[in-house]
Design a protein. Structure first.
Length: 393
């Protein structure tokens, strides 16, 4: 999801009452979206790069870095051996394949053939989300899952936020999927007002328009249609889970303080609808005794690292990530605090890190954009995926 994370009712009221006439290239849609049904992945990569080179509105001086961040990609198993297992990774709303850089490298080290895709409407300009359609996103995930299943017999799906919804829906429809890796799955929205998004979409093209801030890994503005398509993915996967359980192994990671996701509701779904005994949920929050032995609780309050709690996006990134890591080049100061705190953030020598919207007296918080437990998460992924191999023997 995107950086604003404002209460949805506020966004709905603003969008229903206000039309912003911004005709900048960022806020003007492309004529068409790129094709994604190529017969092989290399053709998909080539066609996607050609389209992005023509349609992306660049927001930094480093155009090559921007293209690389938004391009889908493939990583072969790091051991150099022929792939025996593979995974398709699906990013979130407004995000890019860059979000899986650290996870993808870890999976490659574990012997996976790793592929990421670029969801239609992404990677080019925020206005292209006016053209997005959640059914097309689902078809895209299905097509690229099938391409992998033609190549190897063991295929996993992984997703972040909206991408986790799409991955879960595909797995529930495709019995040949071996299991799921779900990071901040946005199955149940934090706001109860998301059902109003289709109505808001009738009145306004935009929920939020922002000037670029140099972050080329995600959009800084959000179309009403993009948010509406996200809502449709939540509705679809919840309907599926209401009718069935998922009995393949699942690795799920959730921040208890997530401002996008109703984490408690998703945790309940994990306990009740994801039935495999080898599944595992990493819960980053208060250390209370879990009711399900498959849940591992890791405290998110780490004052020695000036971390107050974990954000929606922080679970994906290692501390040494050059862009989002502890000493990374990009800091998200627009974090739902007071204006004074956000102004103080860029030059603060005593900066704390948190989820969007968290405030504490006498502290300035930027968004937490890395996971101090990243290595533990990677270890958990290996345990869950190995459990599937043992069960299949």
């Amino acid at each position: 999801m995107l950086k604003r994370n404002l209460p949805l009712l506020t966004l709905f009221l603003l969008s229903a009452c206000t039309q912003v006439s911004d005709q900048s290239p960022l806020h003007t849609a492309s004529a068409t979206l790129p094709e994604y049904r190529q017969a092989d992945f290399q053709s998909y990569l080539s066609d996607t790069r050609a389209w992005l080179e023509q349609q992306r509105v660049f927001v930094s001086a480093d155009k090559q870095a921007e293209l690389d961040a938004n391009m889908p990609y493939e990583l072969q198993p790091a051991d150099g051996l022929p792939a025996q297992k593979a995974i398709l990774l699906v990013h979130g709303l407004g995000d890019s394949p860059f979000f899986f850089r650290d996870i993808a490298q870890a999976l490659s080290q574990q012997g996976f053939l790793v592929r990421t895709i670029l969801l239609s409407g992404h990677g080019s300009r925020p206005a292209d989300l006016m053209l997005a359609d959640s059914d097309e996103w689902q078809t895209m995930v299905s097509h690229h899952t099938q391409l992998l299943q033609q190549q190897v017999s063991e295929v996993w799906l992984g997703g972040f936020s909206t991408g986790a919804n799409l991955a879960t829906s595909e797995a529930l429809n495709n019995d040949d999927v071996s299991g799921l890796l779900l990071f901040s799955p946005a199955i149940v929205p934090e706001s109860a007002m998301t059902h109003l998004l289709p109505v808001a979409n009738l009145f306004s093209n935009w929920l939020d328009q922002e000037a670029p801030d140099g972050n080329y890994t995600r959009y800084g503005s959000l179309t009403t249609n993009g948010a509406t398509q996200y809502y449709y993915t939540t509705r679809q996967v919840r309907q599926q889970l209401a009718d069935s359980t998922y009995d393949k192994p699942v690795l799920m990671a959730l921040s208890a303080d997530d401002s996008v996701v109703d984490s408690e509701a998703v945790k309940t779904l994990f306990e009740q609808r994801f039935s495999n005994p080898a599944s595992k949920l990493f819960w980053f929050g208060k250390t209370t005794e879990p009711t399900d032995p498959r849940i591992e609780i890791l405290t998110s309050h780490l004052p020695q690292q000036r971390i107050s709690n974990f954000s929606h996006m922080s679970l994906l990134f290692a501390a040494n990530n050059p862009f989002y890591g502890r000493n990374g080049s990009h800091r998200i100061c627009e974090n739902g605090q007071t204006e004074a705190a956000e102004q103080a953030c860029p030059n603060s020598n005593d900066l704390w890190y948190s989820n969007w919207g968290y405030q504490e007296a006498n502290k300035v918080h930027a968004r937490l954009t890395w996971n101090p437990y990243f290595d533990r998460l990677v270890s958990g992924i290996e345990t869950v995926t190995a459990a599937d191999q043992q069960a299949s023997r």
